[in-house]
Design a protein around this ligand. Structure first.
Ligand SMILES: *Cc1c(COP(=O)(O)O)cnc(C)c1O
Length: 642
């Protein structure tokens, strides 16, 4: 994959890493081989060099790994989605308006939600909450009376009271009934408090999204009302004189919809339900099409699980024109449109920057394999295979024999027939043969199946200072692919293929799925490490879900964060607006019920005891005590020499 022939160029790097394909107009490879950011594609003169950002991060004394947040990208995406809807609505002469909401579960960080609310203010862009804690958050955060607040998820009495409090404050809080019993609860409490709620229902759709989240639709979906329950809801509200509160129809067929066909089908089905309700005498104001707008993580623009075969514009057009056609056909007015895109708003705006700490080679250590008197004939045989390598015509046979000798040698070792040194020689020669076979097959047109794994088995692993479980949970949990790219040196040809491992003590803590030149591979072309030069890599598109879903496996805590704003007057076109410190060891220990102060005290006593006994000198004792305390208050990740 990493060819050695031909000239290397930025175009070639672009072809391999696909930065412009998944970059959404925000990322590309600069002529100097560094990743560049265009935070606002409508103003391409503002360009940030990622290497300069990392240098500034160092100057601020912030330790890696870091989450880097580009607030301008977040703002651009909010404007993009709203503008696409507005323009398409006017072009289609659609009679309703767009009232989008941002679902906070996708990234609940205060700075993110505040930025989304601020950037969305000119569009009356609202928020969506799916739990009580999120409801408490959105109540306090968005007080624009012209924007919607959509409340999904399972609800209890407190939840309903909070929603009605929002109504008292003049807010457009829509309680979406997910389950029939919630309707009875809501009606009872609304009557008790004498507040008119805004009621929505979530339809359990028969159309299923295609992709990883397809179980969000269909008969076994966790959420939503069946057709019969929707009719019962309408009738129940009428009986209780609350038909005028029934305002919204909601559906959500899954996240990361890979195929545009499922969007079209959902709009048809949802549009039909809306039209029927209208004809039954329930003129709803809104149809909420949920989330699902996908991100092209692997840059293939296909229906592969980490991609999608449509653009944002195409999605918006299908929603607007699809609803218009259905309504015109049915002779009902066009409803206002609501969508709950989260992934599409936040994915691009943040990434994780970390440093490679070293290389783990599967076959690096070699010992002298020269002949020795009285050595076992296994060793001799292996050596002969190497000296006859070039005369060998059947490479498959050579592979089989070498593999068999290696296995037999291990058995012989266990039976005390072979010495450890002899075993080590056989191991060394085995890897030599494999390396030569790999070189042989690199030129071959046909590679036997068994030998196809050679590349992977012989590839190195780069050790990355981060935890997959904290920073890229979905790559572990659901095989989500995230783009990984070196931050600089992209004008140099990458010489080796590597997979990545993290610093947790968990063999699942690795990334071995990459998109390379539009193909999904288990290794990524990387550059060789240099002695005195750090090698930085970026894990991109982590702004949706990954930022907030991580856990503290191995007690690796949250990452340091830097918030970047673009600034045209600055020579580097950016400044660091804020640094948010990640978890210290103390922080994560406290969450696990430890008392770091007491631990430090206990350690001091143990050290003092050794001082009294004369094992440790008093000054040295003080140093050890301070050191322990420094580490407690320090970062949970590895410290790199600067
Ligand atoms: C998760 C979720 C969303 C967000 O979906 P994206 O695919 O991230 O846009 C929207 N609506 C509901 C009801 C959700 O559960």
């Amino acid at each position: 994959m990493v060819g050695t022939s031909g000239n290397w160029s930025i175009e070639e790097a672009e072809r391999i890493y696909g930065v412009s394909r998944w970059g959404g107009g925000y990322f590309h490879i600069g002529e100097n081989g560094n990743i560049k950011i265009t935070p606002n594609p409508s103003d391409p003169s503002v360009q940030i060099d990622f290497k300069a950002v990392i240098e500034e991060i160092h100057e601020e004394g912030v330790q890696l790994p870091v989450v880097v947040r580009f607030h301008d990208i977040l703002r651009s995406q909010v404007a993009n989605l709203n503008t696409h809807f507005r323009n398409t609505i006017s072009e289609a002469e659609y009679q309703g308006e767009y009232h989008g909401v941002y679902p906070v579960k996708v990234n609940q960080m205060r700075e993110v939600v505040e930025e989304v609310v601020d950037a969305g203010a000119p569009f009356n862009y609202g928020l969506e909450a799916g739990s009580k804690a999120e409801l408490l958050t959105v109540l306090a955060l968005n007080n624009n009376e012209d924007s919607l607040t959509v409340l999904n998820g399972y609800k209890d009495e407190e939840f309903m009271r909070l929603a009605l409090l929002g109504r008292k404050l003049g807010r457009r809080m829509v309680v979406v009934v997910e389950k029939y019993s919630e309707l009875l609860l809501l009606v009872r409490i609304a009557k008790e408090l004498k507040i008119d709620p805004i009621i929505g229902v979530r339809a359990k759709m028969t159309v299923k999204g295609r992709g990883k989240w397809e179980s969000s639709g269909g008969d076994r979906a966790k959420f939503g009302l069946s057709f019969a329950e929707i009719i019962n809801t309408a009738r129940y509200l009428k009986e209780h004189d609350m038909a005028h509160c029934f305002k919204l129809l909601h559906f959500h067929i899954g996240s990361q919809l890979t195929d545009i066909r499922s969007v079209k089908e959902a709009i048809s089905e949802g549009g039909r339900i809306y039209a029927e309700l209208h004809k039954m005498g329930f003129p709803l104001d809104y149809v909420d099409v949920g989330g699902g707008l996908g991100i092209d993580y692997d840059g293939t623009a296909s229906t592969s699980e980490s991609s999608r075969n449509y653009s944002m514009q195409e999605y918006v057009s299908d929603v607007v024109y699809g609803m218009k056609e259905m309504c015109d056909l049915e002779g009902v007015p066009h409803p206002n449109l609501v969508s709950e895109s989260g992934r599409a708003i936040t994915a691009h705006h943040s990434c994780v920057i970390t440093e490679i700490m070293g290389e783990i080679k599967s076959n690096s250590a070699a010992i002298d394999t020269g002949p020795k008197d009285g050595e076992h004939y296994f060793v001799k045989n292996m050596r002969e295979m190497i000296s006859n390598f070039d005369q060998q015509t059947n490479m498959q046979e050579l592979y089989n024999d070498a593999s068999q000798y290696k296995e037999q040698a291990l058995d012989a070792f266990k039976l005390s027939v072979l010495s450890l040194e002899e075993l080590a020689k056989i191991e060394t020669m085995y890897w030599e043969i494999m390396t030569r076979l790999q070189a042989y097959y690199a030129q071959a047109e046909y590679v036997p199946e068994e030998l196809q794994e050679l590349d992977f088995n012989l590839s190195s692993q780069y050790l990355c200072n981060f935890s997959v479980f904290q920073s890229a949970a979905d790559t572990w949990a659901i095989d989500q692919l995230l783009p990984v790219v070196p931050i600089s040196r992209l004008h140099e040809r990458p010489e080796i293929n590597c997979s990545l491992v993290d610093i947790t003590c968990d063999s699942d803590g690795k990334i071995d799925q990459f998109s390379v030149g539009r193909e999904i591979t288990d290794v990524l072309p990387m550059h060789r490490l240099k002695a005195n030069e750090p090698y930085y890599i970026g894990l991109f598109l982590t702004g949706a879900y990954q930022d907030v879903m991580g856990d503290m496996h191995n007690l690796f805590g949250r990452l340091n964060e830097v918030h970047i704003f673009s600034y045209d007057d600055d020579p580097q076109d950016f400044y660091i607006e804020e640094v948010v410190k990640g978890s210290s060891v103390e922080d994560v220990l406290s969450i696990m019920q430890y008392n770091p102060k007491a631990m430090a005290y206990d350690m001091k006593r143990l050290i003092d005891k050794q001082v009294s006994a004369g094992v440790i000198k008093p000054r040295e004792g003080v140093r050890w005590t301070d050191f322990y305390e420094d580490c407690l208050s320090g970062y949970t990740y590895l410290k790199t020499a600067k």
